[in-house]
Design a protein around this ligand. Structure first.
Ligand code: NAD
Ligand code: GLY
Length: 376
């Protein structure tokens, strides 16, 4: 007779581990289903009296009890800070409410913070961990695809300022990243697609074989096939981990992770943050950056069309919004954090799997925007 456990192990993929090689700040990314239901992924974390789960009012009701169950054998107290959901709350008042809770509960400098949520919670919790008593350990428990493949890895932490997104922050690495793929089951379709934009970006910048794999497996990913999701998260994390290990503080190479982001940030800023999701703006931005790569003679003819087909299959926009003109893009790009002295730098594809960072003439940039903007 086949035991139920055997059946389970035959259909459920085993956990995969991706190391992030950062010397004395090295850590592992664990990727698998059911991590919040099992003891072993939570062993060996820093010892302390207190663990504090930081989450929001959407994710906490879904997963905070399970996380608290996993942590309670290891910590004397497991406290919770539940913030309002949304990018609009990635700000000083929300950050301060984390400090209020920690200080109010008498948490000491060994307290371990657990970021349970998407990139907003991850970025804010990481920044709180970097600042509280000059630095306490934190663990990323990302629950969106975007956070599992991008924001939870690499130690960029930040809050927004009224004058700019992610303008106040620090590089501060987590001690572990635990990607429970089961949490993706409750993610809205639109958020899943937004995460797929960041997955897709890794193909053109680093891995032609992964790009082909994504083309073959996009239907599996959209129907949330567990094995396909695990492969996509793993390969994305491997690429991000390698880039971060080579250039933690974005002295050069790390900028390639921003493929499509220069155009994308202009869309987000131009429409008002939150109108399009970040991943949606990056998708249309990658199309424009691909077009620019082709027109500069870097990428082969047909690369943009290929990317458009894949992004479309992922349920993502492939054209910029009709309400923004090329001049709007250029204006927003000049004040982007990635501009240097007003000089806009673009991540361009020089053959699939190889990215370069270059300036480009305004006129050509404007042509690429117009070529891929929806008609009003
Ligand atoms: P998000 O954190 O706002 O999450 C998206 C939505 O999904 C939210 O409403 C959230 O409550 C909800 N949600 C999260 N997990 C869920 C689940 N399992 N089931 C149901 N709903 C769930 O957005 P995001 O796309 O995860 O992250 C975007 C943020 O990440 C931005 O602030 C961006 O600046 C940041 N970011 C940071 C980095 C980095 O390197 N640090 C990289 C990329 C993006
Ligand atoms: N998401 C871009 C980076 O981590 O550098």
């Amino acid at each position: 007779m086949v035991s139920p456990d055997t059946l389970l192990s035959a259909s459920v993929p085993a956990d995969l581990t991706v190391p992030v090689a950062l010397g004395d700040r090295a850590y592992d990314i664990l990727i698998g289903p059911g991590l919040l239901h099992r003891e072993s992924p939570w062993q060996g974390l820093p010892r302390a009296s207190d663990a504090v789960i930081v989450s929001n009012d959407t994710v906490a009701p879904l997963y905070a009890d399970r996380l608290a169950d996993r942590l309670s054998p290891h910590y004397r107290r497991v406290l919770r800070v539940v913030l309002p959901d949304g990018e609009a709350h990635k700000d000083w008042p929300a950050l301060n409410s984390i400090f209020d809770a920690l200080l109010g509960a008498g948490c000491d400098r060994k307290t371990v913070l657990f970021a349970l949520g998407g990139g907003v919670i991850g970025d804010m919790t990481g920044f709180a961990a970097a600042c509280y008593m000059r630095g306490v350990p934190f663990v990323q428990v990302p629950t969106t695809l975007l956070a599992q493949v991008d924001s939870s890895v690499g130690g960029k932490t930040a809050i927004n300022h009224p004058l700019g997104k992610n303008m106040i922050g620090a590089f501060y690495q987590p001690v572990r990243v635990l990607c429970d793929l089961d949490t993706l089951a409750t993610l809205p379709d639109r958020e899943l697609s937004a995460g797929l934009a960041e997955v897709i970006k890794y193909g053109p910048i680093a891995d032609p074989v992964f790009l082909e794999w994504l083309e073959a497996h996009m239907p599996h990913l959209r129907r949330r096939d567990m094995t396909a999701l695990q492969q996509a998260v793993k390969r994305s994390c491997e690429i991000k981990a390698a880039v971060v290990a080579a250039d933690e503080r974005e002295g050069g190479l790390r900028a390639i992770l921003n493929f499509g982001h220069t155009f994308g940030h202009a869309i987000e800023a131009g429409l008002g943050f939150g109108v399009w999701l970040h991943g949606e703006a990056v998708a249309a931005g990658m199309v424009m950056a691909a077009e620019l790569s082709e027109r500069l003679g870097l990428a082969a003819t047909g690369f943009t069309a290929r990317l458009v087909r894949l992004l479309d299959a992922a349920g993502l926009p492939v054209r910029g919004p009709a309400s923004l003109t090329a001049q709007d893009y250029l204006r927003h790009m000049r004040v982007d954090k990635k501009a240097e002295g007003g000089d806009i730098r673009f991540v361009l594809i020089e053959g699939i799997g190889r990215a370069v960072v270059r300036p480009a003439p305004d006129g050509l940039v404007a042509e690429c925007v117009r070529a891929h903007t929806a008609q009003g």
